[in-house]
Design a protein around this ligand. Structure first.
Ligand SMILES: Cc1cc2nc3c(=O)[nH]c(=O)nc-3n(C[C@H](O)[C@H](O)[C@H](O)COP(=O)(O)OP(=O)(O)OC[C@H]3O[C@@H](n4cnc5c(N)ncnc54)[C@H](O)[C@@H]3O)c2cc1C
Length: 376
């Protein structure tokens, strides 16, 4: 994987692929499409199949504070290692050579997992180390974006021996990946530069936690989540993420997200407070592991009304509802679209007023015509 302007990770082809390798990539690449089946689970139009949804947090106050929301994902990883379900966790941390970038971290003890808690709104490629992890001999809990997990699930379906290597897949809700240009823009708004930055957190250390840069002299500058994600980073999200049908980790066993508090109108509040994660058990396997963690006192959970989720996740809600219109526009403009099966795009679109579907269709059509490859 190499960094391409304006700061996204892209695969760089080093050798010709044979037909079998091409077929394996085509079968697993979530960019080309995704298939989802409820298999007896509740199947929400916007949020997909699940066993249950609750809110919760790590009972360890330090981990709860360090995590993006309630530290539930990190605590689950630690629990899985402590109970011997896996030997280590595949997580993500700051790149020591690029503080606004990411590196894949193999965390085998609680301190390493805790050090990689917190969302990092920058490109990551945890599957780039797949061959190494397969050869390693240990079992891993894998954390990745919904697309990483969808790819790994599809790879497992083709090669069941990978099930032993990755017995648990975890994910988080994902609104899309901003480029490194987004991280640089946050630094600029903080009045500093990448060159002067020794360490950078996108959030965490509180809920939502502030985007915080520490310079080489140890001085910290920070801005709120509302300003960093809401005003800057969300504008640097790559286009492919805008036609993603899976922002909620449909292929994972366990998914966490922000269980934002809402105002009287139902809109999310981003006031700092004690972190709370939305916890989704997507599979019976995930539900059993979460129940075990709760019995062990590692996480605490509270009931959650799934009907309230659309209000506190407006970005996810709008993208799901707009998707069919956006895909129709791309198709009409002659651009390729992903093949989605079982993702209930028509039912999601029906939740939108016609005017909003038309607006999304026209917006995507304009963009598609501009970006269509020229043939002359
Ligand atoms: C790009 C991005 C977009 C997101 N969009 C949404 C959204 O729309 N709605 C929402 O509710 N939540 C979103 N989240 C997730 C949210 O910020 C929290 O991760 C989630 O609430 C879980 O919090 P936690 O405290 O339980 O997890 P933590 O205990 O903080 O654990 C988070 C885990 O995710 C890993 N991780 C962090 N960043 C990355 C990355 N870039 N790639 C791979 N792994 C990573 C960490 O290494 C850690 O293992 C997004 C996160 C990211 C990275």
């Amino acid at each position: 994987m190499t960094v391409a302007a304006p700061g996204f990770l892209r695969p760089s082809q080093l050798a010709r692929l044979n037909a079998e390798e091409e077929a394996a990539i085509a079968a697993a690449c979530p960019g080309l499409g995704q298939r989802v089946a409820p298999e007896g689970r509740s199947d929400d139009v916007l949020w997909g199949p699940y066993v249950w949804m609750k809110t919760g947090h790590a009972t360890d106050p330090d981990l709860r504070f360090a995590g993006s929301s309630g530290g539930a994902l990190s605590r689950m990883l630690i629990h899985l290692v402590e109970t011997g379900v896996v030997d280590a966790a595949v997580t993500n941390g700051a790149d020591p050579d690029l503080p606004i970038g990411n590196v894949t971290v193999i965390a085998a003890d609680p301190a390493e997992v805790a050090a990689s808690a917190g969302s990092r709104y920058a490109p990551s490629a945890p599957l780039a180390r797949l061959a190494e992890l397969k050869a390693d001999g240990r079992r891993f809990a894998f954390v990745g974006k919904p697309c990483d997990v969808a790819a790994l699930r599809a790879l497992i379906a083709r090669d069941p021996s990978l099930n032993t290597v990755f017995p648990v897949l975890l994910s988080f809700f994902c609104a899309g990946v901003p480029s490194h240009a987004g991280g640089r823009a946050v630094l600029a708004a903080l009045g500093t530069t990448l060159e002067d930055t020794a360490a950078f957190r996108f959030r965490g250390n509180g809920w939502p936690g502030r985007a915080t840069a520490r310079d080489r002299a140890g001085e910290e500058r920070s801005m709120s989540y509302h300003d960093s994600w809401g005003q800057i980073l969300s504008r640097h999200v790559q286009h492919r993420c805008k036609i993603c049908a899976d922002g909620s980790g449909l292929a994972a066993d366990i998914v966490c997200a922000d269980a934002w508090e809402a105002d009287e109108a139902g809109y999310p509040l981003f006031d700092e407070g004690a972190g709370t994660s939305l916890i989704v058990a997507r599979t019976a396997h995930g539900a059993a592991l979460l129940a075990d963690a709760e019995t062990a006192g590692a996480i605490a959970t509270q009931p959650f009304d799934v009907a309230t989720l659309a209000a506190i996740q407006p970005g996810q809600r709008e993208r799901r509802r707009a998707l069919l219109a956006r895909l129709a526009a791309r198709r009409l403009a002659g651009l390729p679209i992903p093949r989605y099966t079982g993702l209930r795009l028509a039912a999601a679109a029906r939740q939108n007023p016609l005017s909003r579907n038309v607006k999304n269709f026209l917006g995507m059509m304009r963009r598609s015509l501009r970006s269509r490859p020229r043939t002359e």
